[in-house]
Design a protein around this ligand. Sequence first.
Ligand code: 13P
Ligand code: SF4
Length: 302
Amino acid sequence: MEKLVGEIKELCKEKDAVILAHYYVDGALQEIADYVGDSYYLAKVAKKNTHKTIVFCGVTFMGESASILNPDKTVLVPAMDAVCPMALMVDPDTIAQMRAKYDDLAVVCYINSMADIKALSDVCVTSSNALKIVKSLPNKNIFFIPDGNLGRFVKETVTDKNVILNPGYCHVHTSITAEMVEKALEEHPDSEILVHPECKQDVCDIADYIGSTKEIIEHARDSKYKSFIICTETGVLHELQKVAPDKEFYFVGAKQVCPNMKKLTLEKVRDCLLNNGPVTKVPDEVREKALKPLDRMLELAM
Ligand code: 13P
Ligand code: SF4
């Protein structure tokens, strides 16, 4: 592994490449990355970095967003088949039907979506800025796509808007049930329950804290509690153990692993640097339209 890490570091120097990694990828990849974070943080880093090449260790919509934000850079996506299924759970026809039904509609698009869908949206959000952004919109009617669970979380909190939900979901987060969480709490009393808003309603209802991956990590670090039940993907454990080495973290189910995030490996990172590909590229026409909601997110979330 040391040899592989050395090769990757050399190749990054040679190609003026920066490595971005999401908290859900394997710990070894988080270790070699220049920046590790949640979707919002990584979008900000992708926008402002000055390297010629970005290697995005995450699912494909993440690399695609980095490319939309940086058309002049080469964005390498080590695993092109690492597709987030939720990102495909809304179609252009449904958006057109909603627009026809409501004059005053804002289409709010979770960043977990592909470029063609972003291109049809008014603003993008991530789990850490969705509440702030939806509250700030002048529109009364909001079509929240594609995640029905994050949409429901927004709807429950921003009660002066008519938030229309789409039936998309994350199979990893919805595999977590309230019964599993309650059982874990019986086994580990005096734990705080930390939940990602992609979880189902009954899990969110028993949460002590709801937040994005980065927010969950920061909450665990700063909390007076010593033990936590973690309701998100297991990849966050790597950073949790770094920031809070004296604390205990418990996961509740075997399906809390995102198979697509786990398609990223050190070998694939080395190979994409060696081969200058696979590269993510969005056609100009789609890119220009998809850039607007992404830029609007970066502006409104500040
Ligand atoms: P975060 O924005 O919290 O990092 O979440 C990304 C994601 O894919 C959750 O499933
Ligand atoms: Fe998609 Fe869920 Fe995996 Fe996140 S954890 S990338 S939402 S499948």
